[in-house]
Design a binder for this molecule. Structure first.
Ligand SMILES: NC(=O)c1ccc[n+]([C@@H]2O[C@H](COP(=O)([O-])OP(=O)(O)OC[C@H]3O[C@@H](n4cnc5c(N)ncnc54)[C@H](O)[C@@H]3O)[C@@H](O)[C@H]2O)c1
Length: 264
């Protein structure tokens, strides 16, 4: 089956984790090519090594409008169109506590986290919007179980992902009827998701936390922690005009049933 035959997509933060798995899956589903916006220079070579000229990679920062615009322009120049934006780049706050932060740390970490997790999504939507209107394409954002529930992060991360739900709803409203806007909300996933430089945690990686996999699996109704590829079918479904033509302003939960987790 090739649900995305001939599609052109752009994925932010696609050098690793869920974004990279989405790129792989979109190409398997027949996509013509995928533009990628990455922060880490190593990811540029790495992506070309795996996907060759089926990816066009721009190294930049999702907090910069110019970088988002350059990634969109590169993609459209290469393949002539844009069907799907996947806003995905993100940082985690490693459950940083409001009470333990200094006021300076709070201000800096808010700017860093919201700059990537919220402003980065808005800037990508702004840059991609006109091309998506032209193709009657769609936007898909990677949210989180933290878009709905407490406890999967500190107040910064949880607030940033809740903000993502508002962003999906308002953009779906604003871009209708031309562009559908949806999201996928993964639960804990084995990826190298990093912390905040402003809190000295930019080198920490989620998948390396001691006991993370066992603890989350034990708490989850489905008793496992997802691998990145296990979310990608939802992105394919939402991207496909044929298979989700009537779906906008929707968030698909891909979190092992976090809403019905055991209380103890
Ligand atoms: N891993 C989880 O448990 C989990 C759970 C729920 C939601 N998510 C969300 O999934 C998304 C992808 O994260 P992941 O878990 O695959 O981790 P990841 O670290 O593999 O992917 C995030 C990517 O974003 C990039 N990035 C970070 N800051 C950037 C910037 N300023 N400019 C450009 N790129 C930047 C990173 O380099 C990285 O490649 C994030 O939005 C995250 O919040 C992850």
């Amino acid at each position: 089956m090739a649900w995305l035959k001939g599609y052109v997509a752009l994925v932010t933060g696609g050098g690793s984790g869920i974004g990279r798995a989405v790129i792989r899956r979109f190409l398997e589903e027949g996509a013509l090519g995928v533009g990628v916006l990455v922060r880490n220079q190593d990811h540029v070579h790495d992506l070309h090594r795996e996907f060759g000229d089926r990816v066009a990679v721009h190294a930049g920062d999702v907090r910069s409008y110019a970088d988002n615009q350059m990634a969109v322009d590169l993609t459209v120049r290469r393949w002539g169109r844009l069907d799907t934006l996947v806003g995905n780049a993100g940082l985690w706050d490693y459950k940083a506590s409001l009470e333990r932060m200094t006021p300076e740390q709070l201000c800096d970490s808010f700017d860093e986290l919201f700059g990537v997790n919220v402003k980065g999504y808005l800037l990508a939507a702004k840059a991609a919007g006109p091309h998506l209107r032209a193709t009657r394409g769609s936007m898909i954002f990677t949210l989180s179980n933290s878009a709905f529930y407490a406890g999967g992060g500190g107040p910064l991360y949880v607030a940033s992902k809740h903000a993502g739900v508002g962003l999906v709803r308002q953009l779906a409203f604003d871009f209708a009827p031309d562009v559908r806007v949806n999201a996928v909300a993964p639960g804990a996933t084995m990826t190298p998701l990093r912390g905040l430089a402003s809190l000295g945690k930019s080198e920490r990686r989620l998948q390396e936390i001691d006991g993370f996999e066992d603890a989350v699996a034990a708490a989850s109704p489905l008793k496992f922690v997802a691998q990145p590829h296990e979310h990608t079918g939802h992105f394919v479904l939402l991207a496909s005009r044929e298979n989700s033509r009537a779906t906008t302003a929707t968030v698909i939960h891909s979190d092992g049933g976090w809403e019905v987790r055991p209380l103890h």
